[in-house]
Structure formats: structure tokens, C-alpha cells
Ligand binder design. Sequence first.
Ligand SMILES: Nc1ncnc2c1ncn2[C@@H]1O[C@H](COP(=O)(O)OP(=O)(O)OP(=O)(O)O)[C@@H](O)[C@H]1O
Ligand SMILES: [Mg+2]
Length: 289
Amino acid sequence: MATLAYSDIPGYPCRRGKVRDVYDLGDRLVLVATDRLSAFDWVLPTPIPGKGQILTALTLFWLDYLQIPNHLLSTDLAEMGPAFAARAADLEGRTCLVRKAAVVPLECVVRGYLAGSGWKEYQCDGTVCGIALPPGLRQSARLPEPIFTPATKEESGHDRNISFAEMTDRIGSELAVELRRRSLDVYRRAADYAHARGLILADTKFEWGLMPDGTILLIDEVLTPDSSRYWPADEYREGISPPSFDKQFVRDWLESTTWDKNSPPPELPAEIVERTAAKYREAYERLTR
Ligand SMILES: Nc1ncnc2c1ncn2[C@@H]1O[C@H](COP(=O)(O)OP(=O)(O)OP(=O)(O)O)[C@@H](O)[C@H]1O
Ligand SMILES: [Mg+2]
């Protein structure tokens, strides 16, 4: 299994995200999940072997489990064209052909627990994305019920949490209500499933897209460790920040170096790479065994 930091398919325009390389085939896209890892908003120079395949396999697993309208067309490289099929050694297992949708320009975040930017906002004013929560909640507390907390997709810098009212202003009330309903529904189903396998799905981010006929599709990656915060249930407690399932070794190691987070990050040591790769494999095993 080849490690892949950057794909390069001749003849197709490519847009590189932090992790995925996206090729435009007109009405369809090819999404290549590379082995790139981002931390502290930087793409690290060292890829994590197997990560792209795990992210892809988990997205495929969840799409199959959820059975809701989504963008997936095929994982058969031959259907993407000869240029893709010729790179099978690099692309197999990490590549999806999807319907190109008009991306709803918002991150549809659902939170079942108080972590990350939600915890920060709650400490300041007792709300998350303007939703009032009971007083006295501790870090990582389970919320009385899951909440929908949309955010903008910023080209550079951090995504910005917005209120549901602002979401309604941006995309209209009918679509906003529908995306909230769908996002909460998928979160609840996935969190129940994960919990039965010893994982807490603290929060997750969905992207939704529209087809020309108005159909709403679930797009992008689905419930992967990159788009979600999974905690091992046996290490969960209120009042602490439970270890992130996948990136904790990397974050801890980077924090232990002299790196200032404002300049290109250093190469990761082999041990950190291997431990991180093992965590991605473990997430996959736990969720799909
Ligand atoms: N079916 C689809 N139609 C149109 N765009 C899609 C579809 N599925 C995914 N995308 C887009 O493809 C891109 C995937 O790339 P990736 O997630 O690596 O980059 P990013 O979202 O720009 O960066 P990051 O996630 O690292 O912040 C996203 O911009 C996503 O919105
Ligand atoms: Mg993305």
C-alpha cells in the first residue's frame, strides 16, 4: 500500500484541500483522500501511511449504514477514466467518484458534548452558537440533547460559529430547517452506533449539497476522525478534555517542540507517525468490526 502525500493526475484540473485532492470531471468530481494530516491549521510535512484509505473506508461504511441520499457514485477507478485507472497503485482504496453538487457554504456541525469552540463560547456567555445551555456545565459534559451549531467555511483561518438565525439569513429558512433536521438525525443515529462500540461521538461536521432539481445530498467526508471528535468511552470524564482519538500524539508532540505554530511545521518522528497511523486503524476497527 503506497503512502501518498500528493496525487497528480495529468489532464484534469485539481484543487487541493488540506487533506483531499479534488479533480473536476464536469458534472462529477473525483475525491482523492491523501495521507496528509493537518494540525493547528497546518498541513504537516509528514504523511500518515494508510490514513487516506481509512478516511475513505469510514466514509463508505457510514454512507452504507445511513442509507440517505448522498453524492457517492463509484469507487471503481475505471469509471473515472484511464488516467485514474493507470494510477491504481496510488489511488486504490482512497478515491471516490461523486456527483458534483452546489455546496451549501456552511459547516453543519452537531454537538452532543461540550468541547472545542463550543466549550470556549459556553465559558464566556453560557451559550453555543447563541443556543442557551443550562448553567454549571463542565468541560466535555454531555448536553441535555444534541444541538445544531453551524459555522461559516472560511477560506483562510478558523471557521466562524454562527447562530441559526444567521444561517437562515444566508440560505433561507426552508433549507436551514431541513439541514438542521437531517444533520441532527444523522448525528443521533451515528452516536448511538458508535457508543455501542465504545466510542463517544462528541461532535461532527456535515457538508450538504444541492442538485439542479433541488435534491439535497450528503456530500464530502462522513463521520471520519477528521470531520468528527471521537473519544474512547473508557477514557471519558467530565472536567477534562479527553484525548482526541487520532491526533493527540501529534498535537502533544508538536507542543513539546519549539515550533511556534506560525511557520511551517517540522517533520514528525517515525514513532509518532506509527502511533498515529495505528489510531486511525483502531478507529476503523472499532467502528466496523
Ligand atoms: N459532492 C460534492 N460536490 C462538490 N464539492 C464537494 C463534494 N464533496 C466534497 N466537496 C468539496 O470538496 C472539498 C474536499 O476537500 P478537503 O476537505 O480536503 O478541503 P477543504 O474542505 O477545503 O479543507 P479542510 O477540510 O482541510 O478545511 C471540500 O471543499 C468540499 O466542500
Ligand atoms: Mg473539508
